[in-house]
Design a binder for this molecule. Structure first.
Ligand code: PMM
Length: 295
């Protein structure tokens, strides 16, 4: 590791100073999820229409999202890949429309060409679930454009990632692999204060791994980079809340559990959370902030 980001550095649009970097009173960030895909596990097929997608992005901003995370390819386990042209076509016009309305937008992609098009349309953050591993050109695009870069922990594409969920010590291994990704980004000319790390819940992780990573999120914060936490509606929550027959809680009924994990992430010092239910998360953040202020 090469030290910590400079205080107050790296603000992009309305993405404020990370409180996880120990830089003052800034609040945890809420990244609202906008998947423009037919097959994402929670909102797949809902926002394929341009007008619906933009309206949902605007609604999430009105509900308290600091950043709208637009994705054009599903990353759910087992998902098929789409080509770069299809992925780009799904996202660019929506990103341009949201950026024109003054909203901060991230592009959820592992492809440099898609990221470049999204940045051209107004995205100010690249949310790369592969942490730069999937596309060797991603670091150059990020370095050249000066946007922020979320490096998520990842071991392989959706089709085979669950076979890769093998760790000696999941917390230590994920931390070490993320630090390697951050080092690689720095070696490729990306500035330290542009980086955000994410342990990647559900990506080559079992439910047990997700709980371990959640429980030790403070250790990721201690690495000195802003930390993003993405648990929203994921299957480990469905499994936890399953019925007596072992049937998981349906995706649409995991919101209270998601909110609990988000508050725990705030408490651990996370920079932000990536969620579907922005309004609920904004309420939870208000409760957490009022509690913190009362200490
Ligand atoms: N999870 C998903 C997609 N993108 N990005 C980051 N940084 N962290 C995550 O945990 C993450 C992500 C999968 O969830 P979705 O299908 O609901 O978008």
């Amino acid at each position: 590791m090469r030290g910590v980001p400079a205080p107050g550095a790296g603000n992009v649009g309305s993405v404020t100073t990370p409180h996880s970097a120990g830089t003052g009173p800034a609040r945890p960030q809420i990244m609202g999820i906008l998947n423009i895909t037919p097959d994402s596990f929670s909102d797949g097929g809902r926002y394929l229409d341009f007008t619906d997608a933009v309206a949902h992005g605007e609604q999430m901003a009105a509900d308290g999202a600091d950043l709208i995370d637009v994705g054009g390819e599903s990353t759910r386990p087992g998902a098929d890949r789409v080509d770069a042209a299809t992925e780009t076509a799904r996202v660019v016009d929506v990103i341009a429309a949201l950026a024109e309305r003054g909203l901060a937008v991230s592009i959820d992609t592992t492809r440099a060409a898609v990221a470049a098009a999204a940045i051209g349309a107004g995205a100010s953050v690249v949310n790369d679930v592969s942490g730069g591993l999937a596309d060797p050109d991603m670091a150059r695009v990020v370095a050249d454009t000066g946007v922020r870069w979320v490096l998520m922990h990842w071991r392989g594409h959706s089709a085979d990632m669950q076979q890769l969920a093998k760790y000696e010590n999941v917390v230590a291994d994920v931390k070490a692999e993320l630090e390697d990704r951050a080092e690689a980004a720095l070696d490729n000319g990306v500035e330290r204060d542009k980086l955000i790390l994410d342990p990647g819940l559900g990506f080559a992780k079992t439910a047990e791994h997700n709980w371990k990573l959640s429980a030790h999120l403070d250790e990721f914060v201690a690495l000195g980079y802003p930390v993003l936490f993405g648990s929203s509606r994921k299957s480990y929550l469905g499994r936890l809340l399953g019925d007596e027959s072992g049937k998981p809680r349906p995706v649409g009924q995991r919101e209270a559990a998601t909110l609990a994990t988000s508050v725990l992430a705030f408490e651990a010092g996370a920079w932000g959370v990536r969620v579907h239910d922005v309004a609920g998360t904004a309420d939870a953040r208000a409760v957490w902030e009022a509690t913190r202020a009362g200490r």
